[in-house]
Each structure stands twice: as C-alpha cells, then as structure tokens.
Design a protein around this ligand. Structure first.
Ligand SMILES: C[S@@+](CC[C@H](N)C(=O)[O-])C[C@H]1O[C@@H](n2cnc3c(N)ncnc32)[C@H](O)[C@@H]1O
Length: 192
C-alpha cells in the first residue's frame, strides 16, 4: 500500500485544479475500508484497471461496488488474461518452415494450467525490486464471483496488440497479435 500512496501523491500533483477528484488510498480487499467510500446507489460507474488479479479476495470489492452503483450503473474491470497472461504461461518462439519453403519465426504462448485458482509470486515489470503475489482466477471463476455479488455481464473484450506493430523483443505482446494479454469485462447490477 505504500507504493500506492506514492502513485496517488503523483496523481494529485498532475490533476488539473479544475477537476474535483477525491483520491483515497484504501485496501480493496477490506470490507470495512470499502464501506467508507460513499452511500449506496450514488455512483454512475466504477472502473478497476488491471488490479483484481493482485487482490487476494475480490468478493469485498464486488459487494462494495454493487452497493455504491446506481441501479443503471456499470462496473468495468480489466485483468491479465488468465488463459494467456498468467504465471503458468510460457512465451514461445519457434522457427518453422513455411509453405513456400522459407524458414520463418512465430511467437505464441504455452500453458498447462487454467481452471483451478492458485497464487504465485510474480513480476509486473521484469526485475522489479520484489515479486508480488498474483491470484489466478479462471474466466468462469471471475464471472461466478460477479454473478454471486448481484451483477450480470453484458460486455466482454479481449484486446490484443494490432498486427504489424514492430517490436524488438521476442517477449513483446506486439509479436502476438492473435493472443490477448488482457480481459475486459463490463457488468451491471442485476435488476431485482
Ligand atoms: C498492475 S497495477 C495497475 C495500476 C493501474 N490501475 C493501471 O491500470 O495501470 C495493480 C495495482 O493494484 C493495486 N493494489 C494491489 N493490491 C491492492 C489492494 N489490496 N488494495 C488496493 N489496491 C491494490 C496496486 O497498488 C497497483 O497500483
């Protein structure tokens, strides 16, 4: 959380004075902390960008967002794609012979683990000072928790890098335009 406070301080410095943004640093796995965010049914939208795979538990966050959103509100979240961008994924690079007889190189991913939840140490940036835990949830596992919190999903995207982008590193996602490194889901409160 100390790192997060530094990011929030930096965001405050960069925020134009005419924008009224109320920044808070809280633990998104703490139901008690999340109750301090506001009154029920007062928010039009909520976003959680590339963070839920870093949370040991997502049920408290989902319950809080469900409470805070207006009945016609939306919650959009993105995570590392659990099938392709997980701690168990290996990035592959192969030389092969094309139909024209030419030697070519192709880039992909290999994985042998997906369905069960698991926790592994990982790096968001190679050689970061300390690895941090990554909490693997399958797509059905993620959505099951959303449904249990009283949401329905109505949009789902798997963005990848555009084909033809140049990249030097064999580990770049730009070398894998058919493999989405992220998953983006929009959910809405289930009408009762
Ligand atoms: C991969 S970064 C994403 C940062 C940013 N949202 C973005 O999209 O670039 C994951 C973020 O989750 C935050 N995070 C991890 N665990 C958290 C927790 N328990 N409560 C609140 N934030 C947490 C980290 O501080 C970090 O900023």
């Amino acid at each position: 959380m100390n790192g997060a406070a530094v990011f929030i301080d930096r965001a405050k410095i960069r925020t134009p004075a005419n924008l009224r943004i109320d920044y808070r640093v809280i633990d998104a796995t703490s139901a008690d902390a999340l109750t301090t965010l506001g009154d029920a049914a007062t928010f039009d939208a909520a976003v959680c960008s590339m963070a839920m795979m870093d949370l040991a538990e997502i049920a408290p966050l989902l319950a809080a967002v469900r409470r805070l959103l207006k009945p016609d509100g939306v919650f959009v979240f993105s995570v590392c794609h659990p099938a392709f961008n997980a701690t168990t994924t290996r990035m592959t690079s192969e030389f092969f012979t094309g139909e024209d007889g030419r030697t070519r190189q192709r880039f992909g991913v290999a994985n042998d683990f997906y369905l069960s939840p698991r926790t592994d140490a990982s790096e968001g940036i190679i050689n970061q000072p300390e690895p941090h835990p990554m909490f693997h949830r399958s797509i059905s596992g993620l959505l099951r928790e959303c449904f249990a919190a009283g949401f329905v999903a109505d949009a789902f995207e798997e963005p990848a890098f555009p084909a033809g982008m140049s990249a030097k590193s064999a580990f770049s996602w730009a070398k894998r335009p058919e493999i989405p490194p992220a998953l983006v889901v929009r959910v809405r409160p289930l009408a009762l």
